[in-house]
Design a binder for this molecule. Structure first.
Ligand code: UGA
Length: 509
């Protein structure tokens, strides 16, 4: 594998893309290494199942514990198990462990269900409510706990502090502790210090590394197995070597891809980027913040297009053809939501303030984003005149398609605002109904999209699910009291909608 050092940053990889066009058979490197007899036994059983001898080329199997069974932790744990490691996932929410042990997932994420079931069945993936036990028996611990925003926008790092205390007091032997949760720069330093303080009595030694994730909900499994880069922030070569070993099957593409049936789409091989811990932490925040700026730029551009009679999609399509800009994350509409971009932007702004930098660019991106729901209401008011007493069919609740996640969802924010203005709202989402029912019982949920829009004065498309694109829109037209559609995600075809007879509005088109 090629390796390149730029200043203190080290890059490896960038193989040719032809290789990726086939599915990669699982293959094992020669240094088989087992931490105990049980692991050896499991490996032997595994090798027998995949039809290889134990002395065939082996990957080094590591015993890994993953703390936190949220989106990141579950995907990380299941994918590490899938590429051959022995993984134990733990969570302080006992009910999650009970659910997982019963063979159910607490979240919806494409491919994850099958991956968890298979790896539990094959003995590489375990769920445990006792974090101490999980950590004691592992060489590497991945921290994947939540870092939600505090009132002031700072990331709440108390869960990381609690985990540090637990690892230090219960971990026993030396281990590699990897922060995967999104955290502000310098958290690694604090984590290292905390581990030192909390392990004062036990005297155990811990190495801290940062390994930010770039998974997108809805495509997290494929993102994990086919990353464009794997970033690790380390203080020494031993930690780098261990992380390189953990990711070896992905870097060398030696695994059978569970997400793509025959062959994986062509792509360059992942780059293994080694940096300092501080830089790795910053890379994650900078990536999410840049994406947020890009989206807000497209949204501000859409508002210009509305005023100037241009079409934002024509504009962004041509702008994005410049390889220096790129076509992605220029989709205008209701703005960015979810548990990552909004909180990471806020935390980055706060971090900048703390070190005396006024990151006005980010503040503006955040402000543009906050105005999107308000703009939707303004469009609805303009079309419907008075919102009070009007019936609105809301299509979409999740913050984006292919997930059931409604955290900081612009669709939910819009729903709350319409209800507050006295409108009656009937909503439908292909996956997010259960979570909405629990979190916001005041939103009336329909059985299907047609029921949501029945006798409605307006239909609002708030999440761009394929299911909505493929609706029988003629039927929707017939069901509605007034055939008015506000496409807050700019994903339906305006000409087709108008040809069907709809009064159709979107953002900047
Ligand atoms: C985001 C990043 O894309 C991941 O790389 C990162 O790992 C993850 O956060 C994280 O920090 O864990 P995610 O929150 O799953 O991933 O979703 P995105 O696909 O980034 O979308 C975020 C929001 O932006 C959604 O509400 C989406 O609808 C919106 N968006 C996205 C737009 O409004 N326009 C676009 O062009 C793209």
């Amino acid at each position: 594998m090629d390796s390149l050092r730029l200043g203190s940053i080290k890059l490896e990889g960038q193989g040719n893309s032809e290789e990726s066009e086939r599915a990669y058979p699982r293959d094992f490197s020669s240094q088989g290494c087992f931490t105990d007899k049980a692991a050896y036994g499991r490996r032997r059983a595994f090798c027998a199942r995949v039809g290889r001898g134990i002395h065939a080329r082996e990957i080094r199997i590591l015993r890994i514990s993953v703390i936190g069974c949220g989106y990141v932790g579950l995907v990380t744990g299941a994918c590490f198990a899938e590429i051959g490691h022995d993984v134990t996932c733990t969570d302080n929410d006992e009910s999650k462990i009970v659910t997982l042990r019963a063979g159910k997932l607490p979240i919806y994420e494409p491919h994850l269900d099958a991956l968890v079931t298979k790896n539990v069945r094959e003995g590489r993936l375990h769920f445990m409510s006792n974090p101490g036990e999980a950590v004691r028996s592992s060489e590497a611990v991945f921290i994947c706990v939540g870092t939600p925003p505090l009132e002031n926008g700072d990331a709440d790092l108390s869960a990381i502090d609690n985990v540090a205390r637990m690892i230090a007091t219960e971990g026993g032997s030396p281990k590699l502790v990897v922060e995967k949760s999104t955290v502000p720069a310098q958290t690694g330093q604090e984590l290292k210090r905390a581990l030192g303080v909390y392990s004062r009595k036990s005297g155990a030694n811990f190495t801290v590394a940062s390994n930010p994730e770039f998974l997108r909900e809805g495509t997290a499994v494929t993102d994990f197995l086919h990353p464009d880069r794997i970033v690790i922030g380390v203080d020494d070569d031993t930690a780098a070597k261990k992380l390189r070993e953990i990711y070896a099957p992905i870097l060398d593409r030696k695994f059978k891809c569970p997400a793509h049936q025959d062959k994986c789409p062509a792509a360059a091989a992942p780059v293994f980027v080694t940096t300092t811990v501080n830089s790795a932490e910053l890379i994650k925040h900078a990536s999410n913040s840049f994406l947020a700026v890009k989206i807000s730029f497209a949204n501000a551009l859409a508002d210009m297009c509305d005023q100037l009679g241009a079409d934002v999609q024509e504009v962004t399509a041509a702008v994005g053809m410049d390889p220096r800009i790129g076509p992605q994350f220029l989709q205008a509409g209701l703005g960015f939501g979810g548990f990552c971009l909004p909180k990471d932007v806020q935390a980055f702004i706060r971090l900048a303030e703390r070190v005396g930098i006024d990151f006005t660019l980010l503040k503006a991106a955040e402000q543009v984003n906050r105005q999107r729901v308000e703009l939707l209401l303004a469009k609805a008011r303009k079309a419907l005149w008075v919102l009070k007493g009007k019936k609105i069919g809301l299509l979409g609740l999740a913050f984006k398609p292919n997930t059931d996640d409604i955290r900081f969802s612009p669709a939910i924010e819009a729903a709350k605002r319409f209800i507050a203005e006295g409108a009656t709202l009937h909503a439908f989402d292909p996956q997010a109904m259960e979570k909405t029912r629990k979190a916001l019982p005041q939103i009336l949920l329909a059985k299907n999209p047609y029921e949501a829009v029945k006798d409605a004065d307006a239909a609002i498309v708030a999440t761009e699910w394929d299911e909505f694109r493929n609706l029988d829109w003629k039927r929707v037209y017939n069901e509605m009291a007034r055939p008015l559609v506000i496409d807050a995600r700019n994903f339906l075809n305006p000409a087709e909608m108008k040809a069907l007879g709809f009064e159709y509005y979107s953002f900047g088109r």
